[in-house]
Write a protein that binds this ligand. Sequence first.
Ligand code: OSB
Ligand code: MG
Length: 373
Amino acid sequence: MPLRIASVRLDEVELPLVEPFETSFGVERNRRFLLVHVESRDGAEGWGECAAAIDPLYSSESVATARWILGERLIPLLFRLPNPTPEAFLRASARFRGNRMAKAAVELALQDLRARAQGKPLSRVLGGRRSRVRVGVSVGIQPTVPKLVRRVGRYLEAGYGRIKLKVAPGWDAAPVGAVRREYPDVELWVDANQAYPTRSVGSIRAWAERFGVAQVEQPFAERAIRAHADLARGAPFRVCLDESIVDAVSLEDALAARAVTSLNVKVGRVGGTTVGLALSQRARRARVPSWVGGMLESGIGRSHNVALASTPAFRLSNDLSASDRYYREDLTDPPFVLGPESTLAVPRGPGIGVGVVESVLRRHRRSSKTFRP
Ligand code: OSB
Ligand code: MG
């Protein structure tokens, strides 16, 4: 029997971050985002989180564009589906270009709904086999180099086994070198979020090699495939693509150009878990390892990410940290806590396997709109 959707609720939430998160494109102090809650006629529910931020800085989507396409196009389209599976929604919404973060929010809610209706953990429904996933921490640009070194030290003491430093022109060799000198053995990645001009291939390679950086993520613009291939040629580090990979075609082209030796999979960026899973499997056949990236999600988005990371094609440590790395008070219970060997436990309950704390949600909710067929 196909599920019938009885209602969809769109909540806009603002959660204060425990500390500001600065990248090459800007600073976030509070994360403002949308949640999609779907309910079926027989009372089953599903939660999805939209990765779009208040400003279109990471990509062209924002809370406002996502709110528009969800309310005016995607939710009405969902109501018209005779059998609202994640796959059916993906097919039906394909004729609307882009807007992948908004589409992903619905797709995730449908993934959670289906898994709960089956009484199975989402991880298992996706083919996940791990009970714990390996994680690292993404460290924002800091006011000074000594502050960065202290920040990294605290994360290492907390048990994180891999550190990703946000870098940008003017915040690279000095901070990366300082962290390397203080912590000679730590696994160090860097992520520039497209901040470098393509002429920087040589200089990036020099400091990354010198300081034993294991992976350089998205130094150049989204479309700069050739520059990423130039950086990857003969490099002793992996070149990871994040923003450049938005679908199967962009991955195929990057693989053919040898521009990608590590794949960051974000469900928002690629339009949901179904696509994210397929991209990780395609990359694996090309011997390119994948890992799950994060967008400072609340526990709702994070639980989806953890389920995805539990599947076999994800081989590298994921950008999924404990709840307290992001928020003092998370929307879900129990909170995610860092376990042995820098891991998070994969929830075992049905669906995303964590409960949404409605009282916390109500306190941080800025608006709420319910849609019915
Ligand atoms: O590029 O990976 C990124 C956060 C916001 C926007 C872009 C990125 C990030 C992160 C955060 O690195 C990773 C996390 O959620 O822990
Ligand atoms: Mg990135």
